[in-house]
Write a protein that binds this ligand. Structure first.
Ligand code: PMP
Length: 357
């Protein structure tokens, strides 16, 4: 039976990425050696790093005065590296989910955190809109896509202070204007690569402005100066990321991806809104994520939750159970998710409706 992988992360990757990575693990660049067992300073791997960085720049149209880094420690290490390197006195954070809250917790080790707005009281089911960012903050941090709650901010903020964004779960899914950001970062394990590498796009002149001493590995300057090769980088995830970047380019780049993502999400949301058995969890339609589609049983059908999970799982739908803090279901439909898998889920929902509505 075909499996349809709706996992929130690590999650579905293009078959191209998986096959090319498997090939490279067996025989890297015709060397007769695995990409896992050669020096990261050898010319073959240096070429991988250079091409991955160049494709990041090309696909996202990254200005010259930014660096692209591939670092260990996941997005979670960035929660502390950002304030370590950027916060002199205070920073502004928008609290739209558990990942924002974790970033806030780390920032508090380094100075004052102004939480400009929060949707925590309603289990983060909307994106706060009316808030002011203090002009004297060292930077403003937000999470563009809230993986757990299925909300998304699809706009670039225009501020006079540096904007820092966690794009772990929507990088490369939609157009962005990188020049409006100081730092864009995230874990790679959704739209890019297997877990083990975080990407950081950083404006070079942001670093070196705080007075505190920063340990070498946590200092962005170290990695900017080292071309992301100060120490041994996570070579296999970077090799896999390069394959995904090639796949993205061959499939029309970000613009094409955004269009398909809008179509895919609309298919599923339309079914959730039409089908009397289910309802969406996000309060306002404009806040709905194109990457993580969250829904629960509609009023009167609550008792059927377990039955639908078993029914859909039996038809090959993998990992559609919602996060424990939201309940219900979450279909993560990242770039690599084909329309046919979304259609398979919709077919399941319609079949279930016929049985019960
Ligand atoms: N931010 C967001 C939006 C996420 O979805 C996740 C992981 N699911 C993280 C941060 C944490 O990433 P990591 O596990 O790479 O530290």
């Amino acid at each position: 039976m075909k499996k349809h992988n709706f996992s929130a992360g690590p999650s579905i990757l293009p078959q191209f990425t998986i096959e090319k990575t498997a090939e490279g693990i067996k025989d890297f660049a015709g060397s007769g050696l695995s990409v896992m067992e050669v020096s990261h300073r050898g010319k073959d791997f240096v070429a991988v790093m250079d091409e991955a960085q160049a494709l990041f720049r090309e696909l996202l149209n990254i200005p010259e005065d930014y660096s692209v880094l591939f670092l260990g420690g996941g997005a979670s290490l960035q929660f502390c590296m950002i304030p370590y390197n950027l916060m002199s006195k205070k920073a502004a954070y928008l609290n739209t989910g558990a990942w924002s809250a974790k970033a806030i917790k780390e920032a508090k080790f380094f100075g004052e955190v102004v939480e400009v707005a929060s949707s925590k009281d309603t289990v983060y089911n909307y994106i706060p809109k009316d808030f002011e960012v203090p002009a004297d903050a060292d930077y403003f941090h937000f999470t563009s896509n809230n993986t757990i709650y299925g909300t998304q901010i699809r706009k670039d903020f225009d501020l006079d202070i540096p904007v820092v964004c966690d794009m772990s779960s929507d990088i490369f899914s939609r157009k962005i204007d990188v020049s409006k950001y100081g730092i864009i970062y995230g874990g790679a394990q959704k739209n890019l690569a297997p877990a083990g590498v975080a990407f950081v796009i950083i404006k070079n002149d942001l670093v070196g402005k705080v007075d505190r001493a920063i340990p070498t590995m946590l200092n962005y300057q170290t990695h900017i100066d080292g071309g992301s090769m100060f120490n041994t980088p996570p070579v296999v995830p970077i090799f896999a990321a390069l394959q995904t970047l090639k796949w993205l380019k061959a499939n029309g780049g970000i613009e094409a991806m955004e269009k398909i993502n809008e179509e895919k999400a609309a298919l599923l949301y339309d079914e959730i809104d039409r089908n009397p058995v289910f309802k969406g969890t996000v309060l306002n339609k404009e806040d709905r994520s194109l990457m993580n589609v969250c829904f629960i049983m509609n009023d009167g059908y609550e008792a059927l939750e377990k039955e639908f999970l078993e029914f859909a799982t039996g038809k090959g739908m993998s990992a559609i159970k919602g996060h424990r803090s939201v309940g219900g279901f979450r279909a993560s439909i990242y770039n690599a998710m084909p329309k046919s898998s979304i259609q398979a889920l919709i077919d399941c929902m319609q079949e279930f409706e016929k049985k019960h509505a």
